[in-house]
Design a binder for this molecule. Structure first.
Ligand code: CP
Length: 323
């Protein structure tokens, strides 16, 4: 793998490889993330033009666990505020020795531009671009689903036979897009539930079922119910019901949690608007995987960095390195 830009073009074999390598990144007994010397001498740059807690910190933790050097760049407080371009910013970081650039940007397509422009030679990982994609979020979500349903027998398995329902602000959600492509590539049956104004216009070409009624979607007994953050910062008031109306019709509250099959899991990529798309009862319930998703993000991002920067070396090398 040279870059990780999206899940739309990620083939099943590569997706499973990332998930399986992520399995190797945790100790089988303690389940702690390993510390490996594999990327010693490599430099990973976190280039964040938009705010982030989970993704930025977990890429940093992942790179450090693989013994890479990490440079964190935030557009706030940088020369971007003086008008410096993406090209000049990226080339400045490349001159400092970047082997991989993890980029979050408000413009859909910015990571693709960086990877294909010839401005830099480093591998590029998309950490979220506009409303387009957030591939490592989808990979950690798929990893979490696989782990919850198949436990220690996850390796090599896809998600065929599992039903995943994604609820909320699909229109603005790069998480939803990346999950639609990845989960269906892995064989899951995906349903989207949203107010009609928050369904993207191009959805007719997506391999999903669309519903508008959350209670009907819950009655269809999904294995995983993934609640999306309402992106109030990207919202046009014309698209959005009132917060009260939204939470009444599309929020996951205690009653809807009760109506879900007892084996179903509740997911959210974070950050959560508690009381809007998800109640505290649901977010903090034993069926919630919110914090597992965060923890799994470190091993999944380790796998992505490993496969980009250590190339085709078999992960048994990493195991050997660890001893
Ligand atoms: N899920 C996610 O991308 O969270 P952050 O915005 O905190 O990185």
């Amino acid at each position: 793998m040279r870059h990780l830009l999206d899940t739309h073009t990620l083939v099943r074999e590569d997706a499973l490889r990332i998930l399986d390598v992520a399995e190797d990144m945790r100790d089988t007994q303690s389940r702690e993330v390993k510390k490996l010397p594999t990327l010693r001498g490599k430099t990973v740059v976190n280039l964040f033009f938009e705010d982030s807690t989970r993704t930025r910190i977990s890429f940093e933790a992942a790179a450090k666990r693989l013994s890479a050097d990490v440079i964190n760049f935030s557009a706030k407080g940088s020369s971007v505020s003086k008008g410096e371009s993406l090209q000049d910013t990226a080339q400045t970081l490349q001159a400092m020795g970047a082997d991989a650039v993890v980029i979050r940007h408000g413009a859909s397509g910015a990571p693709h531009t960086l990877a294909t422009s010839g401005w830099i030679s480093a591998g590029v990982l998309n950490a979220g671009d506009g409303t387009h994609e957030h591939p490592t979020q989808a990979l950690l979500d798929a990893f979490t689903i696989r782990k919850r349903f198949y436990g220690d027998h996850s390796r090599g398995r896809d998600l065929a036979g599992l039903k995943v329902t994604i609820v909320g602000d699909v229109l603005h959600s790069r998480v939803a897009r990346s999950n639609v492509w990845l989960l269906t590539t892995l064989g899951a049956e995906v349903t989207l539930v949203a107010p009609p104004t928050l369904v993207p216009q191009d959805v007719t070409g997506w391999p999903v079922t669309i519903r508008y009624d959350l209670d009907e979607a819950i009655a269809a007994e999904p294995d995983a119910l993934m609640m999306l953050r309402i992106q109030l910062e990207r919202m046009n008031a014309a698209y959005f019901p009132t917060e009260r109306e939204y939470s009444r019709r599309w929020g996951l509250d205690a009653a809807r949690l009760q109506a879900l099959p007892t084996t179903s899991i509740v997911m959210h990529p974070g950050p959560m608007n508690r009381g809007l798309e998800i109640s505290a009862d649901a977010a903090d319930s034993p069926r919630s995987t919110v914090l597992e998703q965060v923890a799994n993000g470190v091993s999944v991002r380790m796998a992505a960095l490993y496969l980009l920067l250590a190339g085709e070396r078999d992960t048994t090398n990493a195991e050997e390195d660890a001893r």
